[in-house]
Design a protein around this ligand. Structure first.
Ligand code: AMP
Length: 117
């Protein structure tokens, strides 16, 4: 519980620290990344704390569907739905995961390399 109390994205969801909100839904909240790496860089997070994708279980189906539907809505409103976009979950150290609250990066507005660096 103590890491939830200190969780930066829980605080953003609660409005206790500032963020630039992009959209919100029943189970998810979306805000602009503080250090964008693409013209569109939005983070979609579940309102309820989940550490990362490894922690997801059978109970999280509705949450995940909600996150993906919010991402599609954001891609539409941000004007990248036709050009294409990338959805990324970083998990663990090798992937560079830095915030221990599940978040999906919605990236777009430029051509992105594959494979990623
Ligand atoms: P990850 O490396 O996948 O854990 O991504 C964490 C992301 O959160 C990074 O892209 C950071 O720039 C972003 N980030 C960290 N703190 C904040 C914040 N207070 N508001 C918005 N984005 C943040």
């Amino acid at each position: 519980l103590s890491d939830r109390a200190d969780c930066i994205f829980c605080k953003i969801v609660a409005g206790e620290i500032p963020s630039t909100e992009v959209a919100s839904s029943e189970f998810s909240h979306a805000f602009r990344d503080l250090n964008p790496v693409a013209p569109v860089h939005v983070l979609v997070v579940p309102k309820a704390h989940v550490r990362d994708a490894t922690e997801l279980g059978d109970d999280h189906g509705a949450t995940l569907a909600d996150m993906l539907q919010l991402a599609r809505s954001i891609a539409t409103s941000e004007g990248i739905i036709d050009g294409g976009y990338r959805l990324v979950f970083n998990v663990g150290d090798d992937a560079g995961n830095s915030v221990p609250h599940l978040h999906m990066h919605v990236l777009g507005g430029r051509v992105m390399a594959w494979p990623p660096g």
